[in-house]
Design a protein around this ligand. Sequence first.
Ligand code: FAD
Length: 317
Amino acid sequence: MSILVFVESSEGQVKKTSIEAVAYAAAMGGDVTAIALGNNIENSELEGLGKYGASKVLHADDERLNQGVIQAYAAVIAKAMEDTGAEVLVLANSSLGNPVSARVSVKVDASLVSNVTDLPDTSGGFKVKRSIYTGKAFAVVELTKNKKILAIKKNAAEVKETGGSAAVEKYKVTISDNDFGAKITNTDKATGEVLLPEAEIVVSGGRGLKGPENWGMVEELAKELGAATGCSKPVSDMGWRPHHEHVGQTGVKVSPQLYIAIGISGAIQHLAGVNSSKYIVVINKDPEAPFFKAADYGIVGDAFEIVPKLTEALRAA
Ligand code: FAD
């Protein structure tokens, strides 16, 4: 089976979710070619995809592709599927991967499934498991078209280093200005050292922290852990924290390895944004707080005592 993997990058580095997509494709057992778009990705990063199972990387190093314009990306990836004879396209279930996959599926007439959590079952047809209802349930979906597109949920694929270096080939694109249809004229970078949607560790605070003046201890703990900071909706509604930190059903959905919730009750709308986290640690003074039911580890107590001690212990470690 020939598989193409669309690889996303940020600041010259391949994103972890795309490494997961490559590892997923390799685990499917096919011949894996990756494709990267734009000329601001480091070559060593692309060669490094060989470690996760890509035999070859096509690099469409056209400056016009640096901006992540969905229409243009879809045009290039659809053409690359044709050129490589790929039967399956694998990509990250991300804010870029999802709209790109939808457009590519129309262009190449493919079955598309997003939020994929498991490797395909090909024992009778081609079936994949996907997460639905914000991670509360699963559905098994059969893909019936010849071409298939799988958008892989973050943290769903096991990343193992198995191979060596991938051969990187320049891939000449045949797009015109007409393939763009949109132009990004300005971008505002989120503040903070670690971006919330990408973060491996998130330290998040709720109304239990009483006011914006108490966020110093959250930031210190986050800094010690190399984590991003998040918050509950009321906290951003009240202007204690910026809106882009609001986690939940109506905010950012995170899938870190570790989510630390401080003074957050665990309302269903908040849990909807965090239930793909690998481990959840809850710090709350109320032992009946609903968040404890979703927690892997819980600390019942006053955040104002516990958080500084935790930071101190990490510094001493
Ligand atoms: P509270 O519910 O007030 O909880 C504060 C917690 O802090 C309590 O559990 C308390 O025991 C604890 N606490 C107090 N003092 C301390 C202390 N000293 N030490 C330790 N713990 C302490 N919410 C979201 O977060 N994200 C969303 O996306 C979202 N979307 C929504 C969409 C809709 C349509 C609606 C209706 C609501 C939405 N909400 C969302 C709001 C949600 O229902 C809750 O109201 C909200 O999550 C509560 O925020 P909180 O846990 O910070 O505050």
